[in-house]
Write a protein that binds this ligand. Structure first.
Ligand code: BDR
Ligand code: CA
Length: 314
């Protein structure tokens, strides 16, 4: 077996972020070096706490968790309590975290780790606003060519937006940061809403997770049942989109996905379309490719993977 892929998850938990973290913790193919947190779904004081609660749940109090940016680069923070609840992780009753918060700033951890590890060996999976990643690139441009790849959840192509008609939440919250990351010449894999809206937590799938019967699986089922109510009402679907774990699933099973290399530019000027990801899917410009944009997913295969992996946790 090849050695595990080194990974840092940058996150704003969030129930779907929680499943992304748990999927990584349950997967021996991945070596999770640390979790960096950012303000997004809820303020930083809650996202860092939520990340630590998730580590506790998985019995991984040894996992280093860092707090990063408490606001976007150039804007006021927009949050999503209307989706994720007041705590960001509404659903299960989780005790106060035991996993400690590290002293170091998330951005310092990113920079130091990328300088220390072999160039090209570390993947970053950002599943919240891209503020920490852009700050690290600003402070230490030398890390850009050392990043193996960025596998991010964000944006939309034909699916449009979910926080405005044009913009997806993670990109909308910090469009300047997103623009800098997409311009940094780092290999990027992008999981837009076009993919994640096909990864629905249907009743059957959530019941299969609950059926595992472990404390982690029951907590995940409680999270998903809370989280999906907002999107079920909005889209009239059975279940809500399990956005963020698509990034981790890509690392484990890229065969579950299909996409193509595209140019992606981020709108930072227009109020109407702020944070829109302008994806040249049909290659109608000669702008250079800067991301592999995923467009399709085998959603049954994806949920089988998530369910099988969650069953490995306590
Ligand atoms: C993204 O926004 C957040 O609400 C989710 O956690 C996900 O990262 C979906 O637009
Ligand atoms: Ca998220």
């Amino acid at each position: 077996m090849s050695p595990p892929q080194k990974l840092i998850i940058d996150t704003d938990p969030g129930q779907d972020d929680a499943v992304a973290i748990l999927l990584a913790l349950a997967s021996p193919e991945l070596d999770l070096l640390g979790i960096t947190t950012v303000a997004g779904n809820v303020p930083l004081s809650l996202t860092q706490e939520n990340a630590r609660k998730i580590c506790d749940l998985a019995g991984r109090q040894d996992m280093p968790v860092f707090a990063g940016a408490d606001r976007p680069l150039a804007r006021n923070l927009v949050t999503a309590e209307h989706v994720h609840g007041r705590t960001g992780l509404d659903g299960p009753e989780l005790p106060d975290p035991v996993t400690p918060l590290q002293d170091r700033h998330a951005v310092d951890f990113l920079i130091e780790t990328l300088r220390q590890e072999e160039a090209g060996s570390v993947t970053i999976a950002p599943v919240g606003p891209l503020t920490n990643i852009a700050m690290a690139l600003r402070q230490a441009p030398d890390i850009a060519p050392r990043i193996g790849q960025i596998v991010l959840m964000g944006g939309g192509c034909f699916e449009g937006g979910n926080i405005t008609p044009a913009a997806e939440f993670n990109i909308y919250v910090d469009p300047e940061a997103a623009a800098e990351v997409f311009a940094a010449r780092i290999p990027i894999v992008m999981m837009p809403l076009d993919v994640t809206h096909k990864a629905l937590t249907t009743t059957v799938r959530t019941q299969a997770i609950r059926g595992i019967g472990t404390r982690t699986a029951m907590a995940v089922a409680d999270m998903l049942e809370f989280f999906e109510r907002f999107d079920e009402e909005k889209y009239g679907s059975d279940g809500g989109p399990l956005h963020d774990p698509c990034t981790i699933a890509w690392m484990l099973r890229p065969d579950l996905f299909a996409g193509r290399q595209c140019n992606v530019e981020i709108e930072t000027g227009s109020d109407l379309t702020m944070g829109m990801t302008v994806i040249d899917w049909w290659q109608v410009t000669d702008r250079p490719h800067n991301a592999f944009v995923v467009g399709d997913i085998d959603s049954d295969g994806f949920f089988d993977l998530v369910t099988e992996r969650l069953a490995r946790l306590p």
